[in-house]
Ligand binder design. Structure first.
Ligand code: GLN
Length: 232
């Protein structure tokens, strides 16, 4: 089914560095699962988008402040976010996980994080998880705006561990970053494309239609497998 766009251009906010969902290639062009899925959805449904890769919490604020019509940023569908956003059908099953620098000893469970410092990106599911469990386990939290700062902080030992979406950690490891994941991941966290609650419903509908079509034709799997091989 083809839906009629209501705007000439839909501005889409996204993360600045969230490989393999959105990241810059060697020519500084943004690629990734989110980028390719939405670009293809726009082609299939005949609407025009303009990406603004401003970072995760920036993207949330851009949609809330009407500076963007939608966002795709590996954004987990949560009940709390449903108060201010409408989400598409889920397009990717994710979850969060703790990562430490390769060779780190003494961190095998959350209990071992007592008086350690754990980093996360501002406004993310990982940040919420860390806040919620902070008093239980006695760690400190350090927040970063962007993933490169967060991952650098673990690499140089400025923080003891980071928490992030597991496919993103997995991709970093596959790219040779020296990280390991000593604790089993937290399940949940399906990704959705989002618009501000009550606004631009046709944009969500066009995404949902295109997503269903891409799943049917195998194009969805083809896009995911450009970036993720055998579940990693
Ligand atoms: N999935 C996580 C969330 O929604 C992280 C998203 C991101 O960092 N781009 O909070």
């Amino acid at each position: 089914k083809k839906i009629e766009p209501k705007k000439d251009v839909y501005v889409i906010a996204s993360d600045s560095a969230f490989a393999p969902f959105e990241f810059q290639d060697e020519n500084n062009q943004y690629i990734g699962i989110d980028v390719d899925l939405l670009n293809r959805a726009a082609e299939l449904q005949g609407f025009t988008i303009k990406f603004n890769h401003i970072g995760f919490s920036g993207a949330v604020q851009a949609v809330e402040g009407n500076q963007a019509e939608g966002m795709i940023a590996g954004m987990s569908i949560t009940d709390q976010r449903k108060e201010s956003f409408d989400f598409s059908e889920p397009y990717f099953e994710s979850g969060i996980q703790l990562a430490v620098k390769t060779g780190t000893t003494g961190i095998a469970s959350y209990e071992d994080l007592d008086s350690k410092t754990v980093g996360a990106k501002v406004g993310t599911e990982s940040a919420d998880f860390l806040e919620k469990n902070k008093d239980n386990y006695g760690y400190k939290i350090k927040y970063y705006d962007a993933a490169d700062q967060l991952y650098d902080a673990v690499r140089v030992g400025a923080i003891d561990a980071l928490m992030d979406d597991y496919p993103v950690i997995g991709y970093a490891i596959a790219q040779g970053q020296e990280l390991e994941t000593p604790i089993e991941r937290e399940t949940g966290g399906e990704y959705g494309f989002a618009v501000k609650k009550g606004q631009n419903p046709e944009l969500l509908e066009m995404f949902n239609e295109a997503l269903a079509e891409m799943k049917r034709t195998g194009e969805y799997d083809e896009i995911v497998s450009r970036y993720i091989q055998d579940g990693k």
